[in-house]
Design a protein. Structure first.
Length: 318
């Protein structure tokens, strides 16, 4: 069975790890990763979501953080700070820096990001085909209500999304094209999964790449999503601030309606936490396939069960 996952960083990576635990070698999994959080920092190209997926699926992630490398050190960042350079709020660990240096060297040799990602992923054997959403440089900026224009990572990490956002702007989005393999992975899938990633700046950015939304609307595969909201609060991070900025309520039913049901939207089915059973009832009354089950990803076996519930909802268990 061919499974395609549209993923942001920590939530999507942890879900995919559970999915792989469930399906093992019985399925071929492709992960299309958000690259809207990418940025140039200290002259190197940083791709937070791609790296979180590589490290998590490759067994090298810092589990407590959910991102970065375990057993990390920060001597290089500390020395940059001694020169008055660098950002205290965004530290590149020494091991992590090696990944960014390798990526940057390959990009400057003329390789597109998709080929660079495949090259880097060879080391980690993530068990999936890992694709960036595009080879083009697309970066998310946040325009705050007081007129500031911040890179998303500055707004998210430094300000903890506390500055009210007026809108999100993705540079170069209109001219970006899907990376090689992205549209085929959607069109040829047996099932497409939207994990509990940020629906605005992670999955939402993938959907905004020209051609991706149409591919999801027309694929023969069922498309199932898992709510990133439990009991009116995001599972992780500050996704509620992102939803508020685009006028969407922080609730399981509102996020489902934001994605929309095919053919006008991109989903066929929606899995919510059992604390939001009323959301599943409301969606079923509108014609959705929807059900409630425990969806908090506490460990790999629990996440595998969540993946099983999502696949079972659309009749695609391996």
């Amino acid at each position: 069975m061919k499974i395609t996952v549209l993923s942001g960083g920590v939530g999507g990576a942890r879900f995919t790890r559970g999915l792989l635990s469930l399906v093992g070698e019985r399925s071929y999994v492709t992960v299309i990763a958000n690259t809207g959080d990418d940025m140039w920092l200290h002259g190197v190209r940083v791709c937070p979501d791609l790296d979180t997926l590589m490290y998590t699926l490759g067994g090298a992630v810092h589990e407590e953080q959910g991102w970065g490398r375990r057993d990390e050190s920060r001597r290089t960042s500390d020395d940059l700070a001694a020169y008055g350079l660098g950002w205290e709020w965004f530290t590149l660990g020494d091991l992590d820096l090696a990944t960014h240096l390798a990526r940057t060297a390959l990009l400057r040799d003329g390789l597109p990001l998709s080929q660079v990602t495949a090259r880097l992923a060879e080391r980690w054997s993530p068990g999936v085909t890992l694709l960036p959403m595009t080879d083009d440089e697309v970066e998310t900026h946040v325009v705050t209500t007081d007129g500031r224009d911040l890179h998303f990572e500055e707004w998210w990490v430094l300000h903890r999304a506390a500055l009210p956002a007026a809108r999100f702007v993705q540079t170069n989005l209109a001219t970006a094209t899907p990376a090689p393999g992205v549209l085929a992975a959607i069109a040829e899938a047996d099932v497409v999964v939207v994990p509990p990633s940020n629906p605005v700046v992670s999955v939402g950015t993938i959907l905004a790449i020209p051609g991706v939304r149409d591919a999801l609307r027309t694929t023969a595969a069922p498309v199932v999503g898992i709510s990133p909201v439990i009991g009116g609060a995001p599972v992780r991070g500050m996704a509620d601030a992102c939803l508020t900025a685009i006028g969407v309520e922080t609730s399981a039913v509102a996020v489902a309606r934001h994605y929309g049901r095919r053919p006008d939207g991109v989903l066929d089915a929606w899995l919510v936490d059992d604390r939001d059973a009323d959301a599943a009832d409301a969606l079923r009354s509108e014609g959705w396939l929807a059900t409630a089950a425990p969806t908090l990803m506490t460990d790999v076996p629990t996440t595998a069960r969540i993946a099983a519930d999502a696949l079972a909802l659309v009749g695609r268990l391996p």
